[in-house]
Design a protein around this ligand. Structure first.
Ligand SMILES: Cc1ncc(COP(=O)(O)O)c(C=O)c1O
Length: 379
């Protein structure tokens, strides 16, 4: 069975990591040292979720009651935050080859009222930061939720913005976790949190047997879980999740290289089947996303359902119920005219995220492709 979210392969090394994550303490000095090499002269703060890191950024940069430019194709978890801080979003349509907003479009949309720009490196593909750097005036915030380890011109993403944030559990088998990258002089004190039931369920979800059970019998509840993280006040990351991140970060470079090589092979196979794949330069493929052929747009959900029967569990991120501008409340609140966002609407209708794990082999990808071929011929 193949899943999209990070899975833990059961081998001796990983069993040790699990054991010590629950019962021991990881070496935080080495962890910080390693991260400081990636993000020099920055403060690193672990938060319970990526969205908490974003809230801290909003507060520290005084973005309350201001205007922010952001992608129209992004998760609607941002909506409650925009409301909470009375931030007016200027949504921009995406490019279908990158799933990112074209930097030219961003610079053309800046007005004297624009206080900040949220630059999202969607699915793992860094935005052209050279062109973003040319935009003078607004504060640049990098949303690196999908791009841990990605580089742009040899510099790790997360270093370009005045502040940046990551969402650790999307790329590592940890059960929650955000990482805020910000100036050293920000004074941040977060309350402690503990590993809870939701985290334990997420831990079980790292293994195919439980993932299968949850996907088959608890899909609705599972989908709501991360969205229901209602902690209004950002808090610190619990030590178990931090340990998991720390242990799986130890040797992440080599698995990441393997992942990228597999993703490139996967993309070539998908192209042969008529899918439109994301640009690959500098992409770390947190999500291997593609658009189903135009003529199958209405059958995307059926494809996903049928692939499950073949053991291939794809996701649809972000489908129409998750894309921020397609949320009915967002449309009403900000007077959204969907005609201005043709690509975002199209992506929401055609996107599909395929399973990809760092420990997969080429054979695994071939099995997934065989399943896709089989299902496509029957659609
Ligand atoms: C692009 C993007 N930014 C930010 C977030 C928020 O991250 P987290 O779920 O860790 O709060 C998400 C995920 O929901 C995301 O996909």
């Amino acid at each position: 069975m193949f899943f999209v979210h990070p899975q833990i392969k059961l081998n001796r090394e990983n069993l040790k990591r699990i054991f010590f994550s629950f019962l021991g303490k990881s070496d935080f000095v080495s962890l910080k040292k390693k991260l400081s090499l990636m993000f020099t002269e920055k403060q690193l703060v672990f938060t319970d979720m990526g969205r908490s890191a974003f809230k801290i950024i909003v507060e520290k940069l005084n973005l309350q009651n201001s205007q922010i430019i952001m992608p129209a194709y992004i998760c609607d978890i941002f909506y409650p935050i925009l409301k909470q801080y009375n931030i007016k979003p200027i949504f921009l349509d995406i490019d279908l080859n990158t799933f990112n907003v074209n930097p030219d479009k961003i610079s053309q949309s800046v007005t004297p009222q624009t206080k900040a720009i949220l630059v999202a490196h969607t699915y793992g593909l860094p935005v052209d930061m050279e062109r973003i750097k040319e935009i003078k005036g607004p504060i640049i915030i990098e949303d690196c939720a999908h791009t841990f380890g990605a580089r742009y011109q040899n510099e790790f993403v997360g270093n370009f913005g005045q502040a940046s944030f990551f969402s650790l559990y999307k790329q590592f088998p940890t059960f929650r976790g955000g990482l805020l990258i910000c100036p050293n002089n920000w004074d941040i004190n977060l309350s402690k949190t503990s590993f809870n039931t939701r985290d334990f369920i997420s831990f079980l979800n790292s293994f195919p047997f439980f993932s299968f059970l949850f996907k088959t019998f608890g899909e609705k509840a599972a989908e709501k879980m991360p969205r229901k993280e209602k902690t209004l006040k950002p808090s610190a990351l619990n030590s178990v999740s931090l340990n998991f991140f720390s242990y799986f970060l130890e040797d992440y470079e080599e698995p990441l290289r393997r992942r990228i090589a597999l993703a490139l092979f996967f993309q070539e196979e998908l192209k042969k089947l008529g899918l439109l794949v994301q640009e690959s330069t500098n992409n770390v493929f947190c999500y291997l996303s593609a658009l189903v052929p135009k003529e199958l747009e209405g059958k995307r959900d059926e494809l996903v359902k049928k692939l499950r029967r073949e053991g291939v569990f794809c996701t649809r991120m972000w489908n129409t119920s998750r894309t921020i501008i397609l949320n009915p409340d967002v449309q009403q609140e900000y007077n959204i005219d969907l005609n201005e966002f043709p690509n975002t609407v199209e992506a929401a209708n055609r996107v599909i995220n395929f399973p990809l794990q760092n420990h997969y082999t080429k054979k695994d990808i071939e099995k997934i492709i065989q399943a896709i071929k089989k299902v496509l011929t029957k659609l």
